[in-house]
Design a protein around this ligand. Structure first.
Ligand code: SF4
Length: 347
């Protein structure tokens, strides 16, 4: 198993430490050797301004009412809720660069009960799986990995295990979903999940590993995928971000062959696949270039097509012909190696 992340400094607000779960997070971090800084007000202060210091800082806070409000999250799920914001890994394409503002610290929420308390009102209300003929059997879906990798910090928070147990005990057509690049699944294997949590492992062609500092290698993620499938969890692949790496067709074919190998002999696997191509925005490019000035990641507007997002901002995607070629080839590889996988979308 890969090494667990230990934040160098942990800031905790008075409201967070007053809760049992916040105090437990502090104790876990202290036991691992983090320096604990108890703040005197709920507003975060003294935040680091360098990338390096920010990425080794964790803040334990409570999620305000506005942060707890559920948001639709197409095409993945009906709703999004957050256990945390930020991630300790150093992926040079990280999608959080375009969505989170401020220094890239990890903020974790100590008021999970209140966060989960918002979920029942959304039952049957979504506009993605709830209204899709193909995905209706998933029920109302809730995604908790939009702004973090929840498994990367689970040894500090315990929030993912609590969410899995909450969905396991929720007698309704619901599903918890999360994506991870991490592999510390041991504590999740024996949870009473009752098939209501789908874990998707974020995987890619091997050439992508050079852009994924601080995340476990692909082989470790595949071993974790196998362990979760054996434990009866619905599982999935988030193939992202799909890039035109050298010999990309062979590279993605090899990826699906290794997934098939990892799942060999596991009975009754329920596997989905989500295929997401690399894109960037002017904002995410600026942030990523400042964080990873030496990165070889291609973010060249001249090689891309300009598209408008539904929020009216610009994103740069692969040109249409390249997109069609990649889609046809990669989807065919998926079908050949993993004919039992349910392909949810290409984007
Ligand atoms: S693991 Fe995911 S969230 Fe974390 S740095 Fe990498 S891309 Fe970003």
């Amino acid at each position: 198993m890969s090494r667990l992340w230990v934040p160098r400094r942990v800031l905790v607000t008075p409201s967070a430490i007053a809760r049992d779960s916040g105090a437990a997070m502090v104790e876990r971090a202290r036991a691992l050797g983090s320096e604990i800084v108890a703040l005197t007000a709920d507003r975060l202060s003294g935040l680091p301004d360098t990338y390096r210091d920010a990425k080794t800082t964790m803040a334990i806070v409570t999620a305000s009412a506005s942060r707890r409000r559920l948001q639709p999250i197409p095409p993945s799920a009906d709703w999004r809720y957050d256990l945390a914001e930020g991630c300790p890994a150093h992926c040079s394409y990280c999608y959080l660069a375009g969505s989170l503002a401020g220094p890239p610290i990890v903020r974790v929420y100590a008021n999970l009960e209140e966060i989960l308390g918002e979920l029942p009102a959304a039952l049957g209300q979504g506009r993605v799986t709830s209204v899709s003929a193909d995905r209706a059997q998933e029920g109302t879906t809730f995604e908790c990995s939009c702004y973090t990798d929840p498994l990367a910090i689970e040894h500090l928070t315990g929030s993912l295990a609590a969410s899995i147990a909450y969905f396991g005990a929720w007698d309704a057509a619901v599903q918890l979903r999360f994506t991870t690049k991490f592999d510390a699944v041991g504590p999740l294997l024996s949870l009473p999940h009752r098939g209501r949590t789908r874990v998707r492992f974020s995987v890619n062609a091997l050439a992508a590993e050079r852009h994924e500092g601080g995340a476990p290698r692909m082989a470790a993620r595949l071993a974790a995928l196998r362990a979760m499938a054996q434990a009866g969890y619905p599982v999935g692949l988030t193939v992202a971000p799909i890039m035109r790496v050298p010999e990309w067709a062979e590279a993605y074919d090899a990826l699906f062959a290794s997934v098939a190998g990892a799942l060999e002999g596991v009975a009754g696997v329920d596997l989905t696949a989500e295929l997401i191509t690399h894109r960037f925005t002017p904002k995410s490019k600026d942030v990523l270039v400042s964080w990873y000035p030496g990165s070889k990641l291609e973010m060249d507007e001249a090689q891309r097509s300009r598209k408008m997002t539904k929020f009216g901002s610009v994103k740069w995607v692969f040109p249409k012909e390249q997109m069609q070629e990649m889609r046809g080839t990669i989807e065919a590889s998926l079908k050949r190696h993993l004919p039992f996988a349910r392909h949810l979308y290409w984007t």
